[in-house]
Design a protein around this ligand. Structure first.
Ligand SMILES: [Zn+2]
Length: 785
């Protein structure tokens, strides 16, 4: 329960108008506003993908060489007529000519806001039939305009190293957000939308896609309380604000520990096997009879792994998992406010309010999914814990556990790390020789190259490194990849900011800077776009993605990835492919802009590739000798990394269930006597595995705010991904036919096609189209998540 899942990496839940972001982008290398054809975009010289990431000197030299060639060719090329255009020579973040400075960012935001106002005025004044037919398209354009600024600002705030850029991004973000909130509660905008969708004559002129987007937006308006009487709406708005304030406060205090240290008798710890190096770092209390064990830093975790005394471990573990009274009050307040909001919205529970429009349509189905998963995983969990239980019983001189129940009774949460460590040490001792670390065979360049190879084989698309202009990137070691399809030429751009840097967030993330959509008939500002052409010769806006990780380079500059880091990179690239291969006309439903409990599917599917021994042995080459990775080393590491994996799944299921219970109808019914800690501990006792009946850990579960009633999404997508892997790729991870099936049934649709239809088509199981209780049960029955 201390390991946060991948879902944390990208936060997709966004308020109305903000779901859709996209952004900036701009001129191609050689031409302005011209579609990027293969020929126009192909670098003059191919930069070796692997070396381009692994060898900083090679990368810098390649950039310089290509720059020289381009300068010469531009001066003499057919495109030189563009040279007089200001933007051709200009340079800014993501090639957006505005973004060459914080001042430019402010100007970009100002101009975008002005354009958004113009659009709103047009939408309100143009009541002609033609105007109403274009209404949904204009709404799409409006959210596009706002989100290209907001998403950009979010990216800059999180990743940009320059404070003046961050400050500008902060103020632009606030300004845009405020305007967006006004739009979200604009009754006229909503009424016209409802009219457009209902009037038979007008709706007959809308495409299937426009109808879908119109309906999604109308639902969002309704969820913002637009149809309520003014009094109730004011209440809704004020509750939403309170929830946001309390929630932020809750998040900020998640890591605050209740006590700064715990006290343990000197004689107990001195009698233990704990290393004297650790003991020497501890201070004693005033009496001299007690050690003060800090509740922060690495010491408590070392003790959890190495201290034999269960009493001490239990004390440390409990202290690390406890929250303050104030924090529990914050959580109680948050849960109550949400319950009140649900009541105002006339829903049975906050979960019911949140789950509308999701794949798992209601709280009943989510709980059933989790219960099935829990039942399905319990046996495997007991099997994993058995060696731990046996070891513990032996060391205490107790009889060995005879069944699953006895295993669960014996192994407590504070035993897990200690006995796991003992088991591992035993295994290490029994090994005939020490094997080299797997990471020696996986440089970052070889992994990116391996990803390109997989995508080439399954989707017919590949990566090419492209040189960057000085202000196009925010840090010198950012690499730009042009994603190219065999059939369509360039289909998108990925900026890879993958190396550790001071002040950079450590959790990996995928930022959509700009998503794919068809060109509007009249674009307001083509110079900030980059344009591609699809296989039907239709021009579209190229998606732009930024992948941010924080991988460490050795002192000689080598960046070697561990198995979990390879998985991370594959995961994030899975999101990127969703953005690259999405082919919708409107940006509201492009690529990753789909149901929030469906969005992790493509990325989790990629994790299966990262754990496949055939894939790993194809990629792995020793970073010095070039020797292929020994298959036994791969197998050993895969086995080791799956240690206690079912326990981890079970822990995630418990957390997801807690998230449901804290947002269900019982909370509304018993709001006056609400006791969140009791709900947590009761659930722990009910589910039995690694039971925590001592702490109030729920105060440390920060995702309760961000995901409120949707935390199950990660497990849900893991279950679907496992089914799809088995069905399409387990036999052959490089199958083009099956890659096409996944691409054509899932990736290209974004949010246009119902996710259950996507899953049914991919799995060749039409029954799943119903998305009913049986479908959910089928998904939950899965081994090896
Ligand atoms: Zn993700």
């Amino acid at each position: 329960m201390y390991i946060y899942p991948r879902l944390q990496r990208q936060f997709y839940l966004k308020p109305l108008f903000y779901r859709y972001a996209k952004s900036k982008l701009n001129l191609s290398q050689l031409s302005l506003n011209r579609p990027l054809t293969k020929a126009a975009y192909a670098p003059q010289e191919v930069i070796d993908l692997k070396r381009g990431f692994d060898d900083e000197i090679y990368w810098e030299e390649s950039k310089a060489r290509i720059k020289q060639q381009c300068t010469y060719q531009n001066a003499h090329s057919l495109f030189s007529k563009f040279k007089n255009n200001n933007s051709h020579d200009s340079d800014g973040l993501f090639e957006n000519p505005y973004l060459d400075s914080p001042k430019g960012l402010r100007q970009f935001s100002k101009d975008s806001l002005k354009y958004a106002h113009e659009l709103v005025n047009k939408m309100k004044s143009d009541t002609s039939k033609d105007g109403l037919t274009k209404y949904v398209l204009r709404l799409d354009q409006l959210s596009d305009t706002l989100c290209r600024v907001i998403d950009l600002c979010e990216f800059i705030r999180s990743v940009h190293p320059d404070n003046s850029f961050i400050e500008a991004a902060q103020s632009c973000h606030e300004e845009m957000f405020e305007f967006m909130n006004i739009l979200n509660t604009d009754v006229d905008l909503c009424k016209t939308l409802a009219y457009v969708l209902e009037d038979p004559e007008i709706s007959a002129g809308l495409s299937q896609e426009e109808m879908k987007v119109g309906k999604i937006l109308l639902e969002d308006f309704k969820k913002s309380g637009i149809y309520m009487n003014p009094e109730a709406r004011d209440q809704f708005i004020s509750l939403s604000q309170d929830i946001s304030i309390v929630g932020q406060d809750f998040i900020t205090n998640v890591d605050v520990v209740q006590d700064s240290y715990i006290s343990v008798p000197v004689r107990d710890l001195d009698a233990d096997e704990v290393s004297p190096v650790v003991i020497n770092q501890l201070s004693k209390d005033i009496t001299g009879y007690h050690y003060k064990i800090p509740c922060y830093g690495s010491i408590p975790f070392i003790l959890l792994r190495t201290c034999q005394n269960e009493n001490i471990r239990s004390k440390i573990w409990s202290s690390l998992h406890s929250s303050s009274k104030e924090q529990i009050n914050r959580l109680t307040q948050l849960v109550k406010l949400r319950a009140i909001l649900a009541r105002i919205m006339r829903k049975d529970s906050y979960a019911a309010y949140q789950l509308e429009g999701k794949m798992a349509k209601n709280p009943h189905d989510v709980k059933m999914f989790l219960e099935s998963l829990i039942q399905f995983t319990r046996g495997a969990t007991a099997k994993e814990l058995k060696p731990i239980a046996d070891m513990k019983c032996k060391s205490l001189g107790d009889p060995l556990p005879q069944n699953d129940e006895e295993v669960f009774l014996n192994v407590r949460p504070w035993d897990r790390d200690y006995y796991s460590f003992q088991l591992k040490s035993q295994k290490e001792q029994n090994k005939p020789f020490q094997s080299p670390p797997l990471s020696m065979y996986f440089t970052i360049g070889s992994v990116i190259d391996g990803l390109s190879d997989i995508f080439q084989k399954i989707y017919g698309i590949s990566f090419a490194l492209s040189p960057t202009k000085p202000k196009e990137i925010w840090a010198p070691d950012v690499r730009k990849i042009i994603v190219t399809s065999e059939k369509e030429g360039p289909i998108g751009v990925i900026y890879c900011d993958l190396f550790e840097r001071q002040g950079k967030p450590s959790s990996p993330a995928h930022f959509t800077v700009c998503c794919s959509r068809e060109m509007y008939s009249k674009e307001n500002n083509e110079k900030i776009m980059q344009i591609g052409v699809d296989s039907n010769d239709v021009k579209f806006q190229l998606p732009i993605i930024s992948l941010v990780c924080s991988f460490t380079r050795s002192s000689e500059g080598a960046c070697l990835l561990q198995l979990n880091e390879i998985e991370t990179l594959f995961h994030e690239m899975g999101h990127a492919m969703h953005s690259m291969l999405g082919r919708t006309k409107l940006q509201n439903i492009s690529g990753t802009r789909c149901a929030t409990d469906f969005v992790e599917l493509p990325s989790i599917l990629m994790e299966h590739f990262a754990r496949d021994e055939r894939v790993l042995s194809n990629i792995g080459r020793h970073y010095l000798s070039g020797e292929q990775v020994p298959i036994n080393l791969v197998r050993d590491q895969l086995r080791e990394s799956s240690f206690l994996q079912n326990c981890e799944t079970f822990a995630q299921a418990k957390m997801s269930m807690l998230d449901q219970r804290l947002h269900d109808e019982d909370v509304i019914e018993n709001i006056d006597t609400l006791n969140v800690v009791k709900i947590y501990q009761d659930l722990e006792k009910e589910l039995k595995v690694l039971v925590d009946d001592k702490t109030n850990w729920c105060g440390k579960f920060g995702h309760l705010f961000g995901y409120g009633a949707t935390y199950y999404s990660y497990l849900f997508d893991r279950a679907i991904a496992a089914k799809i892997w088995d069905h399409l790729f387990a036999k052959n991870p490089y199958s083009r036919d099956n890659g096409d099936i996944f691409k054509n049934n899932v990736l290209k649709w974004g949010g246009l096609k119902d996710p259950w239809n996507c899953v049914a088509d991919v799995l060749d199981n039409p029954e799943l189209k119903k998305g009913d209780t049986n479908a959910i049960k089928y998904i939950a029955e899965v081994e090896d998540l």
